[in-house]
Ligand binder design. Structure first.
Ligand SMILES: [Zn+2]
Length: 292
């Protein structure tokens, strides 16, 4: 995939510090355009897409798909971000047309849009198995909730800084973040210095919008020597397929298919990319009769 979005992993302190950094500006911009998301909704999707790219960094190349979702009691409703091992990402949001006043700190009110009551959930699926893990939302700001998830599920000290910079017209100009995890045995003074580095790492989306690369952000938080892995491309791509949707339609109860046929056909829209798949009555009849 060609684009400017990428993820990079790094280690330091002899492998006791693990870092993943993500820039996903183009993918989040695509998400904003496809869903015609208003700024706070675009930020919620973008923050969640960044989490998905971070949490999937350690899965093997053939390791299946990861889904990260927030399901809170705020006006945007459920937000879902998914990523494949090849870096293909997609996202959806229940209500993209949410407008809320900027917070007193001058930020988009993502916590209010998502809500403070609900769950933050991570699902990993591959050919053989799947697992799901979830925590209660803390603030709905997504970065905080992701950190809470990491600490709860993996029980190791972690730090996360992520953000999305959106212009008032909805254009996404910076999206991404950095996370660091300290493995057991990591000296306290190293953890302290990383925490200090994170405190100085503010306005990450602005830094990315201004063209800073992830390697330079990593150097601000990790102590030398740092081992950087190769960059991995990320890009917006929806993997919905007509054949999968046809299969789903074909497995509907006979009377439901019959009703669609009587209506003259059906149109199914992908919730992720908004592509509309049209099935004529005769195509549905063939699906019902198991011909297609
Ligand atoms: Zn799609």
């Amino acid at each position: 995939m060609i684009g400017t979005d990428y993820r990079i992993r790094a280690t330091a302190a002899g492998g006791l510090l693990r870092t993943v950094a993500v820039i996903a500006t183009d993918a989040v911009e695509r998400a904003q355009q496809i869903h015609r998301a208003w700024p706070v909704a675009a930020a919620a999707m973008g923050r969640l897409m960044t989490c998905a790219a971070m949490v999937s960094a350690d899965i093997k190349q053939d390791g299946g798909r990861m889904t990260v979702e927030v399901d809170g009691d705020g006006p945007v409703g459920r937000v879902v971000a998914e990523i494949q091992p090849n870096g293909a990402m997609r996202a959806r949001i229940q209500n993209p047309s949410v407008d809320l006043p900027i917070t007193p700190e001058g930020k988009l009110a993502v916590g209010q849009a998502v809500g403070q009551h609900g769950v933050f959930r991570v699902l990993h699926e591959d050919a053989e198995e799947w697992y799901q893990s979830q925590v209660a939302l803390k603030t709905g700001e997504i970065g905080d909730d992701f950190l809470h998830y990491l600490v709860q599920s993996e029980q190791i000290p972690s730090a996360v800084s992520l953000g999305v910079l959106v212009r008032s017209d909805g254009t996404v100009i910076g999206a991404g973040g950095v996370m660091v995890q300290a493995l057991p045995g990591c000296p306290a003074e190293i953890i302290d210095s990383v925490s200090q580095g994170f405190e100085n790492l503010t306005q990450i989306s602005r830094r990315l919008a201004d063209g800073d690369n992830l390697e330079s952000l990593i150097r601000e938080v990790l102590p030398e020597p740092i081992f950087l892995y190769p960059r991995e491309s990320l890009a917006w791509h929806c993997w919905c397929e007509r054949t999968t949707i046809a299969h789903t339609l074909g497995s509907l109860p006979r009377q439901d298919l019959g009703a669609l046929i009587a209506d003259g056909g059906a149109e199914v829209t992908c919730h992720f990319c908004r592509t509309a798949y049209r099935f004529s009555a005769s195509q549905l009849r063939r699906l019902r009769d198991g011909v297609e």
